[in-house]
Design a protein around this ligand. Structure first.
Ligand code: KG4
Ligand code: ZN
Length: 412
């Protein structure tokens, strides 16, 4: 069966078709992304109004590009992101998907964007005809505003899908969370950020030291020329335990009591660990440190910092910040691995493309981590098509195409 996935939660208009077989193997048949990133770069972050307008311009051509190699007759269902994300952006995708579901008489599946990031990891094959089409909005491209960066490219896909129970670290520009999946559609949130997402912290620190948006790749590119131990930055100590985690711990404790093999002292210690994150203090600590480096106090405006810092100082800031931000999420992932002994550890979301994250995790986890090709880590339609494919195949409820609403604050 083949599912069309539509993703418009932020600045990427992204549509893909994924095929799922009876053994639940997923093959990517097409993958098209029209990013409006270039239009946001000058503002140092995504401008919601520009993103929404750009989705309106791109959505129909992008759907055409993604469906043409497959054909509408071969599409068995439509999946769409209905949250979380920017309201105006989500609306364009959801209204388009609702209309298509009615006009083409296909079942509609409402997908959670964050859950979708995890499902990108179930794609293990790509058909030769699949293409990655990047229709970038380039304001300098004159009349032909849509610069067509069409390329048939290959994907570095994982050989096997992850196995349940899966511990998923979902890290992007909008989300930082740890989720334990016991099976498809049976998961518990272990913890999440209480303020900024880790990708957002990368974006803000990049802006502070004069690097382009998005900050993850630009900080990642500068960091190797700095000293990651040039100075220290604080890691936030979190104590909050959310109700889903409390509930899960109670169940785990009961299981351990049953088999009598549990190490009660260790599980007692673990039951105090919080899997919540906080990155706003880290961002402020970087600002204070940068002000000190140039001999100024906290009144020195952050927008003037990049002009006053030397290249070597910027490189050290990038290196120390990247190490500490990544260590923060890796520390919690290791603790969750030790507490819940999952069969697979998956990293998902834009920051999963970070080579520093992969390096640190590989160095500390006793099992291989599961991650996807970087093109399928950042926002894409394939992750939503894959989540929709599992919903269709496993008999999950469909959405009503006459009434599905967006949910900008949807959580897992
Ligand atoms: O998943 P995504 O495309 O969009 C959201 O759902 O937010 O993630 C975008 C985020 C940005 O904050 C960007 O700086 C970060 O992912 N990012 C990276 C890398 N590539 C993108 N962070 C670290 N290293 C990268 N290579
Ligand atoms: Zn995302």
């Amino acid at each position: 069966m083949r599912i069309l996935g539509i993703e418009t939660s932020c600045d990427e208009t992204a549509v893909a078709v994924v095929e799922i077989d009876d053994n639940l193997n997923c093959t990517l048949l097409s993958n098209v992304v029209a990013s409006s990133m270039d239009l946001h770069v000058q503002y140092g972050g995504v401008v919601p109004e520009i993103a929404a307008r750009s989705h309106i311009e791109s959505i129909l051509p992008v759907i055409d590009e993604a469906v043409t190699p497959v054909g509408w007759d071969m599409v068995d269902g439509i999946a769409v992101t209905y949250g979380a994300g920017l309201g105006g952006s989500l609306l364009v995708g959801v209204m388009t998907a609702r209309t298509l579901a009615i006009a083409k008489d296909k079942p509609l599946y409402a997908c959670n964007h964050v859950e979708g990031h995890v499902y990108a990891n179930f794609i293990t094959k790509a058909d030769l005809s699949s293409q990655f089409l990047d229709l970038r909005k380039n304001p300098d491209a004159g009349d032909s505003k849509n610069q067509d960066l069409r390329s048939k490219i290959s994907y570095q896909l994982p050989a096997e899908p992850p196995k349940f129970p899966i511990l998923a670290l979902i890290v992007s520009g909008g989300h930082s969370q740890l989720v334990l999946f016991r099976n498809h559609f049976d998961y518990r949130l272990l913890g999440r950020t209480q303020d900024d997402a880790v990708g957002e912290a990368f974006d803000k620190v990049a802006k502070m030291i004069g690097l382009p948006y998005p900050g993850g790749p630009s900080v990642g590119a500068l960091a190797p020329s700095g000293d990651p131990y040039a100075f220290e930055l604080p890691k936030a100590q979190m104590h909050s335990i959310n109700p889903a985690l409390q509930d899960l711990r109670r169940q785990f404790l009961d299981l351990r009591k049953d088999d009598q093999s549990g190490d009660s002292k260790n599980s007692d210690l673990r039951s105090k660990i919080s899997y919540d994150f906080s990155f706003s203090g880290l961002k402020t600590a970087v600002l204070r440190r940068a002000q000190e480096m140039i001999g100024q106090d906290f009144t020195f405006p952050s927008k003037n910092l990049s002009g006053a810092l030397s290249e070597a100082q910027k490189a050290d800031i990038a290196a120390v910040f990247q190490r500490v931000a990544i260590e923060t999420v890796v520390d919690k992932t290791i603790a969750a691995y030790e507490e819940f002994s999952p069969a697979s550890v998956v990293i998902a979301g834009g920051v999963a493309a970070s080579s520093e994250l992969r390096r640190q995790l590989e160095g500390r986890l006793p099992i291989k981590i599961h991650y996807q090709d970087p093109k399928l880590c950042t926002d894409n339609g394939a992750m939503i098509a894959t989540l929709g494919a599992f919903k269709l195949k496993l008999g999950q409820p469909t959405a009503d195409p006459y009434s599905l609403e967006i949910q900008p604050n949807l959580s897992m």
